[in-house]
Write a protein that binds this ligand. Structure first.
Ligand SMILES: [Zn+2]
Length: 381
């Protein structure tokens, strides 16, 4: 399989540093205030993670994505990337819009193309498969406006990667790196967790047939009780250092906010990793799910609808440690009863850490546990 970016080309958008000067220069433009999440999307557009998007979707792309899971030009795409604008928004007849952050600082320039409205109900139903406002994606949709502006991003404020500077590679950089390593088959692993033995098992099963493993943890707003971004990165460094052959892994973070859109988000996760240059992606049980909104393997089924996706999904079931098998197993290969099995429960792990207990080594590598136990606040409050 070739390493062609999604839609055929890797997008890059110019960046700028001097925001105060930029703000003055752009004082004639109408402005739109964007959230942190939108700014992160802008960063991902500008670095090519969301190729072939060059900006925010217009109506034609939006409608084709929610109805047919494809951009207007038929490229697979499952979740709209839109710029919400308030009801009072007026383009002012200009062809440029300045995007500003909460403090009024310019964070991007958009070439205005069109203003359109959409139904939040339809968006929720088609993207998340539900209109239930208990679903975090639906709640967010209903809290935003139903007006959006489409257009190309002309430039974006340079993204401050903070403590993750050295671990934020762009698709351009990962592609160079994979080439230098002469990796042809690269399997991507998406995560928002500190690694337990089940995760390592999935990664190593993938690595057994691929040339390299791309571990790509999501950094961004998390739910209360999740591991913090710092802990996720530190635990992965400990795991890779102690349990992976040298030069078999690239560890880099993805600045991104989970949407919890289950199967549709699994496709987006695959598209982003294709842009990083990966040929394969591991898709687990209830991938990108939340609560009980999606069937446990709905995120596997959906890939059948995209024979032209250009990245191969590798499907994994739920793993557990089996005392009788004396190793990691799943329901497909282990005949033993529940009482012999130790499931990798995040809730159970969290409880152990909160009481200062070290999980058994069948559950988590001691080097990984130590990172978590040493951290003053390993969980998001
Ligand atoms: Zn067994």
């Amino acid at each position: 399989m070739s390493l062609t970016p999604h839609g055929g080309r890797l997008v890059t958008v110019n960046t700028f540093d001097n925001s105060a000067e930029k703000s003055k220069e752009l004082s004639e433009n109408s402005t739109v205030r964007v959230s942190r999440e939108t700014f992160v999307q802008m960063f991902n557009i500008s670095s090519g993670v969301l190729s072939p998007l060059v900006g925010f979707m217009g109506k034609a792309d939006y409608e084709n994505v929610i109805d047919n899971m494809r951009l207007a030009d038929d490229t697979p795409w499952t979740i709209p990337v839109i710029l919400h604008v308030p009801e009072t928004f007026n383009a002012g007849g200009g062809d440029e819009i300045t995007l500003i952050d909460e403090s009024g600082k310019a964070v991007g320039i958009l070439a205005f193309e069109e203003l359109f409205t959409f139904s939040k109900k339809e968006f929720s139903k088609k993207v998340f498969g539900t209109e239930d406002e208990a679903h975090p994606g639906v709640a967010k949709t209903f809290a935003s406006s139903d007006r959006a502006v489409g257009g190309r991003l002309k430039s974006v404020l340079k993204f401050n990667k903070g403590p993750f500077e050295n671990f934020t590679l762009s698709p351009k950089e990962t592609r160079v790196l994979f080439k230098e390593k002469s990796w042809k088959e690269i399997i991507a692993f998406q995560t928002r967790n500190a690694p337990h033995i089940g995760h390592e098992y999935v990664q190593k099963t993938g690595l057994a047939f691929a040339d390299g493993l791309f571990i790509n943890p999501v950094i961004g707003r998390k739910k209360s009780g999740d591991f913090t971004d710092e802990v996720i990165l530190d635990t992965y460094q400990a795991l890779v250092k102690n349990y992976y052959p040298k030069n078999s892994v690239v560890l880099s973070v993805l600045h991104y906010e989970m949407q919890y859109a289950g199967p549709k988000e699994a496709i987006m996760h695959a598209i982003m990793r294709k842009n990083f240059g990966c040929t394969h992606i591991a898709i687990g049980r209830d991938h990108a799910g939340v609560g009980n909104y999606y069937g446990p393997y709905a995120a596997h089924e959906i890939f059948k609808e995209f024979p032209d996706l250009g990245i191969q999904a590798v499907f994994f079931r739920e793993f557990f440690y089996c005392n009788k098998c004396a190793g990691i197993a799943n329901e497909k290969i282990c005949p033993h009863p529940e009482s012999d099995r130790l499931s990798f429960s995040g809730t159970k792990l969290r409880k152990m850490f909160l009481s200062g207990e070290t999980p058994p080594k069948e559950f988590m590598r001691p080097e990984v546990s130590q990172v978590i136990l040493r951290s003053k606040a390993p969980f998001v409050e």
